[in-house]
Design a protein around this ligand. Structure first.
Ligand SMILES: [Zn+2]
Length: 383
């Protein structure tokens, strides 16, 4: 029997899967994705999927479930992150999954349990459909702390041909988003007694020169970049620390920088070029180290995956033009591994992380239908 997306969503929202601890921190959180991973795994086992759980870090599971029917058919994957953001500042009960006026309220309703429920409902129908592709469901941990779980996922078995990552796009087809990079700049100087600053080299002064250069020269250049239908990369220096004592010329200063680059401008190459340019422009070394990178997304509008979604959307008279968003998703990480990827799901990004998060139930049910149709259209085009 096919599953009801709304019933699934209710159960998913009632499971606390807050992610308030990044994998990078190495700390063990009080709440993990463990219970929701177990719940979804149980559902997929009932559908006959082969399920495997990999731990991206202690107690932080990634779920990979496969249901293959024919080696000649493509592998079509549904991916949704298992975690939600925290509940601080919420003005509603985060876990009661209350339904009112056609909306379901709660943490994760839009981001991204609405998508997950629609995917599971679609899978319950596809698994019994003779025209379906080979199917995969990936439930990834730690997306909200920077797509960390999916980045640590090891995929064995047949390669994935296409993946749809579930995020609240209001059931619009997203094929492009920015890349996200955090890096740290380090300026070194020479320590000296505060009474004789001329004997030292002030690392904070070097850093302020570097930051002024980033603001005046680099940021306007980034703002003019275009790619993947997006206009304007951005840069912001968001954390700074330096100096040891008030009577000592500082020998080190660090600044952390948040960069969002439109598609076609890979973060690592950007930062490499930036470091070289800084040395030439500023006349001293600025050392750079990575804190975090999430790849961007730019999927070819003529790819079979995009066309399959457009077939499903057009059939319902819905908008089907590929769109671009400025937030990062797990789709970027999977696309960087060579899989065609799009982002699609019910709910609005405006409700994601909100004090009163909700999703329109009609959108969840429509999403399940579109996901099912897109998988069938993809299989028909590829076999
Ligand atoms: Zn999300």
């Amino acid at each position: 029997m096919a599953w009801d997306a709304v019933e699934l969503l209710k159960e998913l929202v009632q499971i606390d899967s807050r992610n308030t601890t990044s994998l990078r921190s190495g700390a063990e959180p009080a709440v993990t994705e463990g219970p929701i991973c177990d719940f979804v795994r149980g559902l997929l086992v009932n559908l006959g999927f082969d399920c495997a759980v990999q731990f991206a870090a202690p107690h932080r599971p990634n779920l990979i479930a496969r249901s293959g029917r024919d080696a000649k058919r493509p592998w079509f994957a549904f991916e949704a992150h298992l975690d939600t953001v925290g509940v601080d500042g919420m003005s509603i009960d985060p876990f009661s999954a209350r339904i009112r006026d056609g909306r379901l309220y709660g943490r994760g309703a839009a981001d991204t349990k609405g998508s997950m429920a629609a995917m599971l409902a679609a899978l319950s129908r596809l698994v019994r459909d003779d025209h379906a592709p080979n199917l995969i469901f990936i439930g990834a941990c730690a997306e909200e702390t920077g797509c960390e779980g999916i980045a640590r996922l090891e995929l064995d078995g047949p390669p994935i041909d296409a993946v749809v990552a579930g995020e609240p796009t209001s059931n619009r087809l997203v094929t492009a988003h920015k890349a996200h990079a955090w890096f740290q700049l380090l300026c070194r100087g020479r320590a000296a007694h505060g009474a004789r600053p001329e004997a030292g080299e002030n690392a904070i002064y070097r850093m302020t020169d570097a930051i002024a250069w980033l603001r005046r020269t680099v940021a306007p250049r980034l703002a003019a970049q275009t790619g993947g239908g997006l206009q304007g990369s951005t840069l912001s220096v968001n954390v700074i620390e330096g100096g040891r004592r008030l009577n000592m010329v500082p020998d080190e200063c660090r600044a952390a920088v948040d960069v969002r680059l439109v598609p076609g401008h890979p973060p690592r190459e950007f930062v490499q070029a930036l470091t070289e340019e800084a040395r030439q422009t500023l006349g001293h070394n600025v050392e750079c180290s990575w804190l975090h990178v999430s790849p961007g997304l730019e999927t070819d509008a003529s790819s079979p995956l995009v066309r399959a979604f457009q077939t499903a959307l057009n059939r319902r008279g819905m908008a089907s033009a590929p769109e671009a968003v400025s937030y990062c998703t797990d789709a970027g990480v999977l696309a960087a591994r060579g899989t065609d990827a799009v982002v699609f799901g019910p709910g609005s990004i405006l409700q994601a992380h909100a004090a009163e998060e909700f999703v329109e139930l009609e959108q969840v049910e429509t999403a399940a239908d579109i996901l099912e149709d897109a998988a069938l259209a993809y299989n028909a085009a590829r076999t």
